[in-house]
Ligand binder design. Structure first.
Ligand SMILES: [Zn+2]
Length: 123
């Protein structure tokens, strides 16, 4: 799978839905490919009281559900194809799920970097 295809996968699942008065899902979709070549996706959940989480966290949950934790490449996008950088919490989650993920490629709108570039001083 090319990076363009991975971006399109993230974009295609980013479908915003208001599922409750204060809860919106799918504003951001994330797609990742593992070192084994498997692709996992997930969408954001924006809920009150800090209960929500990012699309990256959702994709990571799908990955670990399937027994994997080594990310080769990850990207997050909204439904219009705007690419987002992982937030600090997601950067740490990517690292803490497997320390080798410091080499994971993060697709940004400007270029592709590694997690080490985005997280030079981990927790
Ligand atoms: Zn995040």
């Amino acid at each position: 799978m090319t990076n363009e295809e991975l971006i399109n996968k993230a974009k295609s699942i980013a479908i915003t839905k208001q599922v409750a008065e204060e809860t919106v899902v799918g504003e951001v979709g994330a797609a990742l490919i593992t070192d084994k070549g498997n692709v996992y996706t997930g969408v954001s959940i924006h809920a009150p009281s800090g209960l929500g989480f990012c699309g990256e966290a959702s994709a990571i949950a799908a990955m670990v559900t399937n027994g994997e934790n080594r990310i080769k490449t990850i990207v997050a996008s909204d439904g219009q194809g705007n690419i987002y950088r992982p937030c600090g919490r997601c950067r740490e989650m990517i690292r803490q799920i497997n320390k080798q993920n410091m080499d994971a490629e993060i697709i940004l709108k400007e270029k592709i970097v590694t997690l080490t570039d985005l997280l030079p001083f981990p927790y």
